[in-house]
Design a protein around this ligand. Structure first.
Ligand code: GLN
Length: 246
């Protein structure tokens, strides 16, 4: 299962956020402390999306272990941002290992990540996929459950839903169509975050001017709080709100 995080707050280097903490996302790629539902390491790719200014985010995605890419280690030292979404991937058995299958998925200002699995893929979600325009299906980032989940959320965003409604409605529909699915997602536009907690852990650390949501705490400093399962999370720096997904 993948590990992911999203940060909003004062600009930090990618190295400080992703490489330096004692249980950093990079370390979680080879030594996660909490893996559920199969898999032991997150070596099937990684992706980092960050907002260099007020405009659209930049992404760096690769289908290789994050620790084996010297370029990102160097870039991370010299790149700062006040909004970052990053993920390391453990591909579900049978799913493609390609750059395009690594989160974050993106459109315009949006960055999206999924930690989990759709049970019974793909049969269980064929009726949901059938609601998408054919063009969306022909242009999926990859033939993976996470890419389809992003297409379903994006379809609702394009239709005018706000981020919380787009995530909540999609997670509910998929959980009903494919019971037992693990559906932890992160969605940000660089200003606010919406997340779902369903079947995997998610922790938060808040300060008055920042918020960090992560699959697992990346250090042993105080302030981390594990969020309960079955919640929809809406957060901006200094404020985190929860409500039940169902
Ligand atoms: N099932 C997804 C994939 O294969 C999500 C990965 C994960 O959480 N391990 O990409």
């Amino acid at each position: 299962m993948c590990r992911h995080l999203v940060y909003l707050g004062p600009p930090v280097t990618l190295a400080r956020l992703l490489f330096e903490p004692p249980f950093s996302l990079v370390r979680q790629a080879w030594a996660p402390r909490d893996m559920r539902g199969g898999g032991t390491i997150n070596a099937d790719g990684f992706g980092i999306g960050w907002y260099p200014g007020d405009g659209a985010p930049v992404r760096y995605r690769r289908a290789q272990p994050i620790w084996s890419d010297p370029t990102i280690a160097q870039l991370a030292e010299v790149t700062s941002a006040g909004a970052v979404l990053a993920a390391v991937r453990s591909a579900t058995v049978g799913m493609a290992v390609l750059d395009d299958a690594a989160a974050p998925f993106s459109e315009g200002r949006w960055l999206f990540s999924h930690n989990g699995v759709i049970r019974g893929w793909p049969d269980t979600v064929v009726p949901l996929a059938a609601e998408l325009p054919v063009r969306d299906l022909l242009t999926l980032d990859a033939t993976t459950d996470s890419a389809l989940l992003w297409a379903l959320v994006r379809h609702r965003l394009r239709g005018g839903a706000d981020a919380a409604d787009a995530v909540a409605a999609t997670v509910r529909a998929v959980a009903e169509a494919a019971p037992g699915s693990r559906l932890n997602v992160l969605l940000t536009d660089g200003r606010a975050v919406v997340a779902s907690v369903l079947g995997h852990a998610l922790s938060v650390r808040e300060s008055p001017d920042a918020v960090l949501l992560a699959s697992e705490p990346h250090d042993e400093e105080p302030g981390w709080r594990e969020l309960p399962d079955g919640q929809l999370v809406s957060a901006v720096p200094g404020r985190v709100r929860l409500r039940p997904l169902t």
